[in-house]
Design a protein around this ligand. Sequence first.
Ligand SMILES: [Ca+2]
Ligand SMILES: [Ca+2]
Length: 173
Amino acid sequence: MMRPKRLVLLGLPLLWLVLANATCHKQISHEGLASSYDLLRFRLSECRHMGGDSLDPVSLAEAERLDEEVGGWLQEGNWAKASATMAQMEQTLGVLLDEMKSWDPDEDGLSNYAEYMLFGTSWAEADTDGDGYFDGSEVLHFETDPLDYCSVPMGFPPETAVQHNCPALEKLR
Ligand SMILES: [Ca+2]
Ligand SMILES: [Ca+2]
């Protein structure tokens, strides 16, 4: 039979381990929440840069409202409410980003999402480098660089007005 004193001596380190573990988990989950929030805010700023305000101002305003709400819950230390509001924010941003993937306001054959996220071209100008060939044609058809007006498809007439002539190519003509 163990003496009560020995039981206490054995029990205390165990209790400390359990408590330390629980605190550690709690801290990690709060840190996880904060980094998820950073990611959501980054996605929100991307939506703004991709013209979300013109495409779907209601969803963008809703995402901004939820963003503020999450910030408030985090400041108050209300992790449960912050987490629930972040889930709503993520859903709203998901809808907006999906819409971006099929929205092509400059009608160059590339969605705003593709222009901003993949090719670095302008979603407001159909021919970003001004070489006379549309961004979408350069990327999808000719495989030329849509950001370099010296990278043009040889033997194909321009599709739109040429803004920038490449001096090196002028010499070849
Ligand atoms: Ca486009
Ligand atoms: Ca072009």
